[in-house]
Write a protein that binds this ligand. Structure first.
Ligand code: G3I
Length: 483
């Protein structure tokens, strides 16, 4: 008998969790399939290299397999869609919308009114001319939102209008300088008129730094209260969430808890919170260790917890797929995404995957319907994106041994623990498989290649775990309790 992987250690009692068995995960679960089970959207940008055809084939393969929402990194911005006055360019946006519809994905539009990436003609011809700037912005929104009416499900109507210092409006903006902050109210009303069914967001960064009045999110909350009170059709706030790993940025004062407090305040206003541009980078040039990457995975999971647990949160969008193609270099950061330079999943991928697999929504928290009634004349109900109630009823009455037999016979590959050994069943003639063990927080406990379908577990403390067995193209994930 081939040497099994022996590790010194504890005696193991064994049982597969009853609930675990009834909700044992089908082989080949993906971020997308689990997001859909939990009624949320998980996505990533289609970066500019994708539009240019400059990416390896597996980038798109991963993207459509793992994600159910998409946004263009640059191709739907003002400078891309109206490079010359009145001359609209929808080619790249159409390409992305077609890809999204072919792959059953939700589409984010980014971004209609922003101080950056505004084509030169706007300022050169109309800078500081309020009447003309209003006409230009309204025309842009009518044409762009109108072109993709019913195809783009949500828009960043206004992006980054709040300053970082001493929160107030961002002064350096052709729209703010020429029109004043009321350009925001108008932009939302025009976008809503152009597509009453689209969800309309205000999007910004550094919103994870607290909601006290001196923080950006605190200032924003006051504006959202006013917009909602005045019947401005705002349905969501997008938190870009470009954060740095806490140990390398001593000045970073943000946290998942702070962002969660914003979500809770927005829920009182019946406005959603979406994470729209997540990356968790490390300072460029430093050596990033395995434990750094595992800590990064924990932070990714903490932000995902907000989306899973807060009733008015539904979107977890990452600003890139692979570290190889990321804007972060421009911010003197690196390795902020969930796939590495070779498009291999990082610990962060495992961490959010396991979190999705182990999340059990509390019974009565089916995602609340957060439609903001528009107080303008027409009924402008935004379509209901309430999350489906995903509570899995545990129907296992019988002894888990019986349940093990049922699952083992049904799943192609399965696992159970008896005595000191993890047994992998369903491998057929193969006797080897990759075994990854995680704690319920998605932290890797250990990973090994099992021989003759067994792994001799020892030095694993008592507790609940998730085991992932990968055999060829088959993957199965199960929970197990080690006593
Ligand atoms: O398309 C031109 C190309 O023709 C030219 O050869 C090349 C070299 O100058 O530049 C290309 O344009 C670049 C564009 O990305 C497309 O790749 C711009 O220079 C570059 O500035 C632009 O950067 C984008 C940045 O927004 C602009 O502000 C990043 O890719 C994009 O990731 C980033 O995304 C923003 C969000 O929209 C808003 N939130 C922050 C986030 C990160 O900055």
């Amino acid at each position: 008998m081939k040497k099994t992987h022996t590790l010194a250690g504890l005696v193991l009692g064994t049982a597969l969790l009853g609930a675990g068995l009834t909700s044992a995960f089908a082989a080949d679960e993906t971020l997308r399939s689990l997001a859909e089970k939990n009624g949320i959207y998980i996505g990533a940008i289609l970066n500019s290299q994708w539009f240019g055809g400059g990416l390896p084939g597996n980038y798109e393969q991963i993207h459509k397999q793992q994600f159910n929402i998409v946004v263009a990194e640059n191709e739907m911005k003002f400078d891309a869609t109206e490079p010359q006055e009145g001359r609209f360019n929808y080619g790249n946006g159409d390409k992305m919308v077609k890809y999204a519809k072919q792959n059953g994905m939700r589409v984010r539009g980014h971004a209609l009114a922003w101080h950056s990436q505004v084509p030169g003609w706007v300022e050169q011809k109309y800078g500081k001319n309020k009447k003309e700037l209003l006409r230009v912005l309204k025309n842009h929104i009518n044409n762009v939102v109108g072109h993709w009416k019913g195809q783009v499900d949500e828009w960043d109507v206004v992006n980054e209008a709040i300053s970082n210092n001493e929160p107030q409006w961002r002064g350096f903006s052709v729209w703010y300088q020429g029109i004043g902050p009321e350009f925001i109210d108008s932009a939302f009303v025009w976008a809503h008129a152009a597509d009453p069914k689209a969800e309309l967001c205000y999007n910004d960064y550094n919103l994870e730094q607290g909601i006290n009045p001196k923080a950006k999110a605190g200032f924003l909350l006051e504006q959202v209260k006013r917009w909602v009170k005045n019947g401005i059709p705002i349905h969501c706030v997008g938190s870009q969430t470009h954060v740095e790993d806490t140990t390398t940025d001593k000045h970073f004062i943000g946290s998942p808890d702070s962002l969660r407090s914003l979500a809770k305040e927005l829920a009182k206003l019946n406005v959603k919170l979406k994470i729209t541009e997540l990356d968790i980078g490390f300072k460029s040039g430093i050596n990033v260790s395995k434990s750094d990457l595992e800590r990064q995975g924990q932070t990714f999971r903490q932000y995902l917890d907000i989306i899973l647990e807060e009733p008015n949160a539904d979107t977890y969008l990452i600003w890139g797929v692979s570290d190889k193609w990321s804007w972060l270099g421009g911010l003197n950061r690196q390795k902020g995404l969930i796939y590495d330079d070779n498009l291999k999943p990082k610990p962060a991928f495992d961490s959010i995957m396991v979190r999705l697999q182990t999340f059990e929504p509390p019974k009565d928290t089916a995602k609340k319907d957060t439609i903001v009634k528009d107080t303008t004349k027409k009924d402008t109900t935004v379509k209901d994106t309430t999350k489906k109630d995903t509570t899995v009823k545990d129907t296992t009455k019988k002894d888990t041994t019986d349940a093990i037999a049922r699952i083992a016979s049904r799943a192609t590959v399965s696992a159970y623990v008896a005595g000191r050994t993890l047994f992998v069943t369903g491998l057929g003639s193969k006797t080897t498989a990759k075994v990854d063990l995680f704690d319920l927080q998605g932290r890797p406990v250990f990973s090994t290649q099992c021989e003759n379908a067994t792994v001799d577990l020892k030095n694993v403390p008592e507790g609940l775990y998730v085991v992932r067995i990968s055999a060829g193209s088959t993957k199965t994930v199960q929970r197990l309790s080690i006593k």
